[in-house]
Ligand binder design. Structure first.
Ligand code: NAP
Length: 247
C-alpha cells in the first residue's frame, strides 16, 4: 500500500477575505499547506500570505475565477507544487444584491448560480480527479438553503440548496474511493459579504432575532471546517453542519 502524505495539502477557494481567510489561517495553524485563490483583491491575498508565511506557514495564493475552467486548472496545478492534494474547501461565493427575485436581474442571478454552483462543481470535479489516495472536501453552504431568504436573495438560497445536494450526492459517489464530502452551513457571519450585497448593517439588524443573540465570527466557521478536514471526523461524510447560532 502506498503511504499517505504526512502533511495535508488543501485548496481553499475565495481564501483572501472573510470566512475563506479565517479558514486559510486556521488550516495553516493546523499544519496544512494551503493554496488559496481570490478573484480581484490581490492586496488582501498578498497581505494574508505575507502574515502567515512570517508565522512559518506554507501558504500560496493565486488569482483564479472558480467559474473559468482554465483558472481552476491553474489553481490546482499551483496547489500540486505543495505536494499531493488531500483537501478542498469550496468557499468562494456571492449573494448578488439584496432584493426580491422580481427585482433581481437575470445577469445577477446567473452570476450567483455560476459562482456558487458551477464553480463548486468544477473544483470538486478537479479535486476528486487528483485525490487518488483519498481526501476530504468541505463545501461552504449557507443557512439560507433551508430558510429560503424571501425578500433578500431567493436565488442565493436556491444555489446553496444545490450545494447541499452536491455534498450528499458526491459523498455517495466517491466514498468508496476514500474521499469524504461534507458541508458547513453558516448563519449570519461578520464579513464584507453583507456590504457587497448592499446592506452593511445587515448583521447588526438581524442579530436580535438570532437565538444566540449575535452574528458569528469567521473563525467559528473555520473551526467546523478544520474538524471536517481532520481525522477526528473520519466517519463523517454527506453531512452539512449548521453553524448559525440557532438560526
Ligand atoms: P466575502 O467576505 O465576500 O469573501 C468572498 C471571497 O470569495 C473573497 O476572497 C473573493 O475574492 C472570493 N471570490 C468571490 N467570487 C470568486 C470567484 N468567482 N472566484 C474566486 N474567488 C472568488 O464572503 P464571505 O462572507 O466570507 O463568504 C464566504 C462563503 O460563505 C460564501 O460561499 C458565502 O456564500 C458563505 N456564507 C457567508 C455567510 C455570511 O454571513 N458571511 C453566511 C452564509 C454563508 P476577492 O477578494 O478577490 O473578491
Amino acid at each position: 500500500m502506498s503511504e499517505r502524505p504526512t502533511r495535508p495539502v488543501t485548496v481553499v477557494t475565495g481564501g483572501s477575505r472573510g470566512i475563506g481567510a479565517a479558514i486559510t489561517e486556521r488550516l495553516a495553524a493546523d499544519g496544512h499547506a494551503v493554496c488559496f485563490c481570490y478573484r480581484t483583491d490581490a492586496d488582501a491575498a498578498d497581505e494574508l500570505v505575507a502574515r502567515l508565511t512570517a508565522q512559518g506557514a506554507d501558504v500560496v495564493a493565486t488569482s483564479a475565477d472558480t467559474t473559468v475552467d482554465e483558472d481552476v486548472d491553474r489553481l490546482f496545478e499551483t496547489a500540486l507544487k505543495l505536494g499531493p492534494l488531500t483537501g478542498l474547501v469550496n468557499n468562494a461565493g456571492v449573494t448578488g444584491g439584496l432584493a426580491t427575485l422580481v427585482d433581481t436581474s437575470p445577469d445577477t442571478l446567473r452570476r450567483v448560480v455560476e459562482i456558487n454552483v458551477v464553480g463548486y462543481l468544477l473544483c470538486c470535479r478537479r479535486a476528486i480527479s487528483l485525490m487518488s489516495q483519498g481526501g476530504t472536501i468541505v463545501n461552504v453552504s449557507s443557512a439560507a438553503a433551508t430558510l429560503g431568504s424571501p425578500g433578500e436573495y431567493v436565488h442565493y438560497a436556491a444555489s446553496k440548496a444545490a450545494v447541499d445536494a452536491m455534498t450528499i450526492g458526491l459523498s455517495k459517489e466517491v466514498g468508496a474511493a476514500g474521499i469524504r464530502v461534507n458541508g458547513v452551513a453558516p448563519g449570519v457571519i461578520l464579513t464584507g459579504i453583507h456590504a457587497a450585497g448592499g446592506d452593511p448593517d445587515r448583521a447588526a439588524r438581524l442579530a436580535p432575532n438570532i437565538p444566540l443573540g449575535r452574528a458569528g465570527e469567521p473563525a467559528e466557521i473555520a473551526a467546523a471546517v478544520s474538524w471536517l478536514l481532520s481525522s477526528e471526523s473520519s466517519y463523517t461524510t454527506g453531512a452539512t453542519i449548521r453553524v448559525a447560532g440557532g438560526r
